[in-house]
Design a protein around this ligand. Sequence first.
Ligand code: BDR
Ligand code: CA
Length: 330
Amino acid sequence: MTDTSKIILDVDTGTDDAMAIILAMRALKDRLLAITVTHGNQPLHNTLENTLRVVEFMGGGVPVYGGMPGPMVQDLMPGRHGNQRHQKYVQIIDGEEVCVHAPYLPLPPTSLKPQSQHAVSFLVDALRNTPEPITIVSVGPLSNLGMALRMAPDIAKNIKRLILMGGGDRDVNLTSAAELNFFKDPEAAQIVVHAPCPIVIFPLDATTSIVFREHDAEQIMALDNPCARFYADLLLHFIERLRLLGIAYKDDPNDFSMAMHDALCILYLLDPTLVTDLRRRNVDVDFGGSLCDGRMVVESRVYVPLEGDVQVAYQLDKEKAMSLLLRILA
Ligand code: BDR
Ligand code: CA
């Protein structure tokens, strides 16, 4: 049966978050109930402005709620991040600070305003008062959702499905042990992966199993409409930044290609066969504050009983992703 549930998208916009918003607004239309925003790729001030810029570019009509400006409790421990090996997401190049996600997206400053309600209380209200369970797609640090589940654990029963981008079983990015979204709020991530509702996790293992290169951008550009051109530009700029910062794809030091992490969660909503390897697992997130802070821990011992309803994606189908992307952006 086709899933027609309403969707709330939780973002920290961000290049690939912007791509997710574009795809969601184009393909999900009225199913997209709201967008909630948190800190992550940039401070909340920027991620909120960026989200509103994209929503305005796409024609508006989707309410945007600003949320948590930082992690739930992680910052309370001074020196918590003293001993990890960090990815150089921000570097000084020719006297200028270059971050993998630019502070602002290349769109005009927005005239749209966020809703006055806080994203966390919106999530609690929306989930408590909905007549039908809602699908949540979360593609940033899990601070908003973690906080909402802490405030009102009963909301989990009205989450139809929680699709989240974060963590990595074998793959990592921000530190030698952790992925960015989980690392930026490990306690929230641990709360969320234990929520009593169906959960599908897109860790780096899945989102970097297919990557997009200049020739893919050319195909998108050839659709020749403003939305496709902007999407292709985002892809090209991101590849350029990875090259500038020397962040190569997996083991090839000369391969600078983009993993469209967040956007892939939207594609999955539209076509679940995009995932070719999905495994039911027990998942935890380390919040111990040391070398493995924010690390996703996936139970691999088959004889350990499964507890929740958590599925982890490992492999995606590039051809399917690309043809779906082209159809949505055409
Ligand atoms: C995740 O971190 C962010 O940089 C991206 O937007 C994505 O959500 C990938 O680790
Ligand atoms: Ca993100």
